[in-house]
Every structure is written in structure tokens, then in C-alpha cells.
Design a protein around this ligand. Structure first.
Ligand SMILES: NC(=O)c1ccc[n+]([C@@H]2O[C@H](COP(=O)([O-])OP(=O)(O)OC[C@H]3O[C@@H](n4cnc5c(N)ncnc54)[C@H](OP(=O)(O)O)[C@@H]3O)[C@@H](O)[C@H]2O)c1
Length: 499
């Protein structure tokens, strides 16, 4: 049986924003490997003295392109200099003309994901970028589908997240105007009131961006795709690949390096995670369905929304279970591990502060002292300050749970032929948990920490020595704490935190 999805992409011109990012690279690789697209155009900004063309070339250096033929890549992948914070995305007149005449499918993935971003910056990239892209695309002659990649948490002010548009928190034109013209200090001071109900400027601006698509993209074949928390790949093109440390990936890395040992959150909470390759497979099926609907119902077209949630996945488990399964999955230990890993997830503020002092601050100072004595630069205090900032930003997601409905995604899966399903598998039920965790951790070791896998045995032996040291210290502490005088002191110290 033929694959509708492969047929759909044959000879098509694709436009992609965010091509240098995590999703972008996976989309480019998958399109080149599994479809016969004509060309892929990337809107890329120059950065740090590197221009658009050089940045496009550097995408190929990513491990996921290891099996991509360089000639094949360069004959199909082209850069267009642009910046989402600028008018008409900063594109040249000739590129705008080209887009209007030749582009068939658009994936808008470019965004600022920094949860700590100043509102003005987040608005200019996420809201203004979407509005300007739609201006460019208006009147496109060959457009079959435009998909805005949003997040399942764009409407996290609701406990139940349906596959619908929600009322915008603010008019996007007013918001862009404020970002462009308001005094930065004033805007900063009113930001908490403006984004009330949303935990950060990232998800708030994503909620507004979705409404930009709804209003400014009417009369266009559009859709919104909302993945939940994205983690490493299951298998495509390689197992365990990731190149960013957003959310749980950062927590898993730092805790398994023995650095992060306690976070504030609810251990019983189930994080909704989805592997990157399955997200991309589902995303690539969306334009096919959008185009179909658009051709059938141009007049009454309502942009569909796809919530790509992990609640049907075997990875949907409590945070405590998740971290313990990862720890015990049998992954090759990291060379950079500095102590035996553990991760306590506690919600009581006082208990957390006490544990953070004992497990982070004290060992951090001791470690820094050791570094100074051995003539090295102290770094633990800085690392803990950074980790503290990250976990504070993530706290909202570590204490709340949402019901994310995904009927449209399920329906899309049901519509696929066996060939489509084989080539674009996004059936989360097929994931083997232990293999997935092993690959995820091996991926962190190889792709993020860049450790040499041929030395895995040496790293394992070093890790075993750390375990022995850890156990010796643990038993010495336990002995001291049961010593009558010290026991009394310990009980006195922990009294304020008890209960
Ligand atoms: N990763 C996740 O866990 C996750 C989960 C749910 C939804 N999403 C959504 O998925 C999409 C892609 O995320 P990602 O993980 O690929 O993020 P990412 O790795 O941080 O990539 C972001 C991309 O956006 C580009 N970009 C940012 N500002 C730009 C600007 N002013 N002009 C042009 N390009 C700009 C970046 O380009 P530079 O290289 O020039 O910075 C980069 O290519 C986002 O829309 C995000 O909201 C991600």
C-alpha cells in the first residue's frame, strides 16, 4: 500500500523557521531521509559573526545527519536570511516573492523558549514573528499547509487542555506595540500582572501566538501543533538523540552527574513527556490532513489543533518512578559524575530548604574548597546558582498536572495506512521503557556530554569507586547521628522542619 504522506511531500517546497533548533534539525533530517521533497528553505538569522549560509552549513555537523549525504543535503537545503523580530521576518523582497510563488508547506518552529525571558523579547520573537510570517505568507499561490508549532502548555491556565483555540489573554497588536514602544523598566514592572495565570513569558506569548494564527491566518490552510514535554528520540535517526536540555532532560543530566540532588515538586505527579522523533513524525503528517480538509472545506475551514500528549505512553508515570527507573535502567555511567546520583523530590518548603543546604550548599562549598586547594577554579557555587534558577522556573510544572486531550492526534493515526504508520510512527504505545531510558542516558553521555563510549568501562569503574566512597560517608554519618550527644543536636536542628 502507498504512503499518503510520502506522496504528499513528493516535489514540494518546504519553508521552515527554527531550522537550527532541536525540532528543526529533526524535521530536515526526516524530510530528507523519508520523503522526496523538492527543496527545504530555512529562515535563519546571522548570529555571533556567523552568517545565514554558514549557519545552515553547520546544521549538517549535528550527529543526526551522520548518514545524510552532504551533496544531497546541500542540493536541497537552502538558507534565507531572516529574523522573526523584524518587519516581514527581515526577509529580502526577492525571498518574499519566492515564498509567495513557490512554497507549499510551512512549519513555523522558530521561537524563544527561554522561560526567564523579558516579556518584550518573548513577544518580539513568538508573537511578532508569527504575525510577520503570516503577513509574508498572505496571498501565497501554492500554499497547502502552514503549521504553527506551539506547546501543550500554552493554555496551562486551564486544568483541562482541549484541542481548541482559547480566548487570547490580550490583543496581540496591543502587546506588540507595548513590546516595541513601552519603557523596558515599566514593562518589566507590569509583566507579572500582564501574564497573570501563566507561569512565564514563554507560554504566555505562545498562547497569544496561537490567536495570531487564528485571526491573521484566516482564509489560509493553517493548523496548530502542540507537543507536551519533548525528550530524546526513541529510534530515529538514532536512539537517544537530543541537543537541548529543556525541562526533564536538564534535571536528568544534572542529577545523574551527582550534582542536582533535590528539587521542589510533587514526586507523585506524572510529567507528560513525548520523544522527539515521534513528535516530528506526527507533525509531518499534519500538513497532509490540513491540505485534505482545506480542499474540501475552504469556505468553512476551521484550523485544527493537535495536542501531542504522552498520556497513552508507557513513559507516563510519576516523577519518582521515572527518576528511579532511569537510575536503575543499566545505563553507562558518566565520566563527569562527581558523586553517587540521587534525586529527592520534596514539596515542603522548609524540608526542601534544609535538604538543599545539606545536599547542595555544604557539599558545593567543600567541593569548591577542594578545587581551590588543588589549584583549580571553584565552580560548584555558580553551578548551584544556575540550577536553582532553572528549577525555580520549572517549579510550576513540577507541582501541577493537566488533562491534555488528544482526540485529533488519535484520529490522525487512525487515518494512516500501514505504510504511513511504518514510515511515520508516532504510536507511543510501542515504546519499550527500559530500552528507551538506556538510550536516553547513553544519548546524554554521547551527544550532550560528548564522552567517549570506548572508555565506558573506565567510567564504570570510577563510578563504582564513587559508590564505595558514598556508602562509607553515609554509614559514618549514620553512626555519628546515632551517637547520643550528636543525635540530640541533630534532632534539635531538624525540629523546625518536622511535620
Ligand atoms: N523542545 C521542547 O521541549 C518543546 C516542547 C513543546 C513545544 N516546543 C515548541 O517547538 C518549537 C521548536 O522548539 P525547539 O525545541 O526546536 O527550540 P530550540 O532548539 O530552542 O530552537 C529554537 C529555534 O528558533 C530560532 N529562533 C529564535 N529566535 C529567532 C529569531 N528572532 N529569528 C529567527 N529564528 C529564531 C532559533 O534560531 P537561532 O539558532 O538563531 O537561535 C532556533 O532555530 C518551538 O516553537 C517550541 O515552542 C518545544
Amino acid at each position: 500500500m502507498t504512503s499518503h504522506i510520502k506522496e504528499f511531500y513528493k516535489g514540494q517546497n518546504i519553508l521552515l523557521t527554527g531550522g537550527t533548533g532541536y525540532f528543526g534539525k529533526m524535521i530536515i533530517e526526516k524530510l530528507l531521509r523519508s520523503t522526496e521533497v523538492k527543496n527545504i528553505y530555512l529562515i535563519v538569522r546571522g548570529k555571533n559573526d556567523t552568517d545565514c549560509e554558514e549557519r545552515v552549513a553547520s546544521i549538517l555537523k549535528s550527529e543526526i545527519f551522520a548518514n545524510t549525504d552532504e551533496k544531497h543535503f546541500f542540493s536541497k537545503v537552502h538558507g534565507m536570511d531572516g529574523n522573526m523580530t523584524k518587519l516581514c521576518v527581515g526577509l529580502s523582497k526577492s525571498n518574499i516573492e519566492f515564498i509567495k510563488n513557490h512554497i507549499n508547506v510551512v512549519f513555523h518552529c522558530g521561537a524563544s523558549l527561554n522561560m526567564d525571558n523579558a516579556l518584550a523579547d518573548a513577544v518580539m520573537t513568538n508573537v511578532n514573528g508569527t504575525a510577520e510570517l503570516l503577513t509574508v505568507l498572505k496571498g501565497s499561490r501554492e500554499l497547502k499547509a502552514l503549521v504553527l508549532v506551539s506547546t501543550a502548555y500554552s493554555n496551562c491556565n486551564n486544568a483541562v487542555i482541549n484541542e481548541t483555540f482559547y480566548d487570547p489573554p490580550i490583543d496581540h497588536k496591543l502587546l506588540i506595540n507595548m513590546a516595541q514602544n513601552m519603557d523596558p523598566t515599566l514593562l518589566k514592572s507590569i509583566t507579572p500582572r500582564l501574564i497573570q495565570g501563566w507561569p512565564n513569558t514563554y507560554v504566555f506569548t505562545k498562547a497569544v501566538a496561537e490567536n495570531v494564527l487564528k485571526t491573521e491566518g484566516s482564509n489560509m490552510p493553517t493548523a496548530v501543533f502542540r507537543p507536551s514535554i519533548v525528550t530524546s528520540t526513541v529510534s530515529e535517526p538514532v536512539p537517544g538523540w537530543s541537543d537541548n536540555l529543556y525541562g526533564p532532560m536538564g534535571i536528568l543530566l544534572s542529577s545523574n552527574c551527582g550534582v542536582l540532588r533535590v528539587v521542589k515538586g510533587r514526586g507523585c505527579l506524572k510529567p507528560d513527556t513525548v520523544p522527539g522523533d515521534m513528535v516530528v513524525n506526527a507533525l509531518l503528517c499534519v500538513p497532509w490532513e490540513v491540505n485534505d480538509e482545506w480542499n474540501r472545506e475552504k469556505q468553512n475551514y476551521v484550523p485544527p489543533i493537535y495536542n501531542f500528549s504522552g498520556k497513552d505512553s508507557p513513559l507516563y508515570m510519576s516523577m519518582s518512578e521515572y527518576t528511579s527507573k532511569v537510575k536503575n535502567c543499566g545505563y553507562p555511567p558518566f565520566k563527569k559524575t562527581i558523586w553517587s546520583p540521587m534525586l529527592a523530590i520534596v514539596n515542603n518548603k522548609y524540608f526542601f530548604n534544609a535538604l538543599a543546604f545539606i545536599l547542595h550548599t555544604l557539599p558545593g562549598y567543600l567541593f569548591d574548597m577542594m578545587l581551590i586547594i588543588t589549584g583549580q577554579k571553584p565552580r560548584m557555587r555558580q553551578i548551584y546558582q544556575k540550577l536553582n534558577k532553572i528549577t525555580t522556573v520549572l517549579h510550576f510544572f513540577l507541582i501541577n498536572e493537566w488533562t491534555i486531550n488528544n482526540d485529533n492526534v488519535k484520529r490522525l493515526w487512525e487515518k494512516l495506512t500501514p505504510s504511513d504508520r511504518a514510515a511515520f510512527n508516532f504510536d507511543l504505545r510501542t515504546i519499550n521503557v527500559n530500552t528507551y531510558f538506556q538510550n536516553l542516558m547513553t544519548g546524554l553521555k554521547t551527544y550532550i556530554l560528548k564522552e567517549d563510549m570506548t572508555k565506558a568501562q573506565v567510567h564504570k569503574e570510577r563510578y563504582e569507586r564513587l559508590l564505595i566512597l558514598h556508602n562509607i560517608l553515609k554509614y559514618v554519618c549514620m553512626f555519628l547521628l546515632t551517637y547520643p550527644g550528636l543525635k540530640k543536636l541533630w534532632l534539635l536542628l531538624i525540629k523546625p522542619f518536622a511535620g
